[in-house]
Ligand binder design. Sequence first.
Ligand code: COA
Length: 109
Amino acid sequence: MLVDAGLTLIETVALDAHGEPVALNQLKVRADPDAPVMQRGTYVHRAHRGHRLGLGVKLTGLAALAEQAPQTRVVRTWNAIDNAPMLAVNDRLGFVPLEDMVSMIGELD
Ligand SMILES: CC(C)(COP(=O)(O)OP(=O)(O)OC[C@H]1O[C@@H](n2cnc3c(N)ncnc32)[C@H](O)[C@@H]1OP(=O)(O)O)[C@@H](O)C(=O)NCCC(=O)NCCS
């Protein structure tokens, strides 16, 4: 579906010693070289959090992006304001706040 839409997915997966996937990061690259690259999910399995795997998979993805799409100027990411670990990773990598987004979640009858 992504390929049909002219998108490339750069996916970084970290494996444990047994070859099981424990962390993931995805970047969505559009064909238009001026379009910002969009960050999709970053996820670390609960049992493996707090060991800088989140930082590791995100950094590895950005390194692959620099190699595969060196024309990239902007990577957009977003996260919940109370997600301290992800905010810490993004701060460390040099991301800066651009805009606030308010989401409201409710139940429909
Ligand atoms: C967000 C997530 C990917 C971070 O992965 P992680 O491997 O645990 O993170 P790291 O070990 O790289 O930690 C990064 C920083 O977060 C901070 N941190 C880690 N655990 C923390 C905690 N429990 N509370 C507050 N800060 C924390 C630390 O500052 C750490 O940096 P340091 O090692 O230099 O001190 C992981 O918690 C996760 O998968 N969460 C659920 C999915 C999610 O929210 N994804 C992001 C939105 S898509």
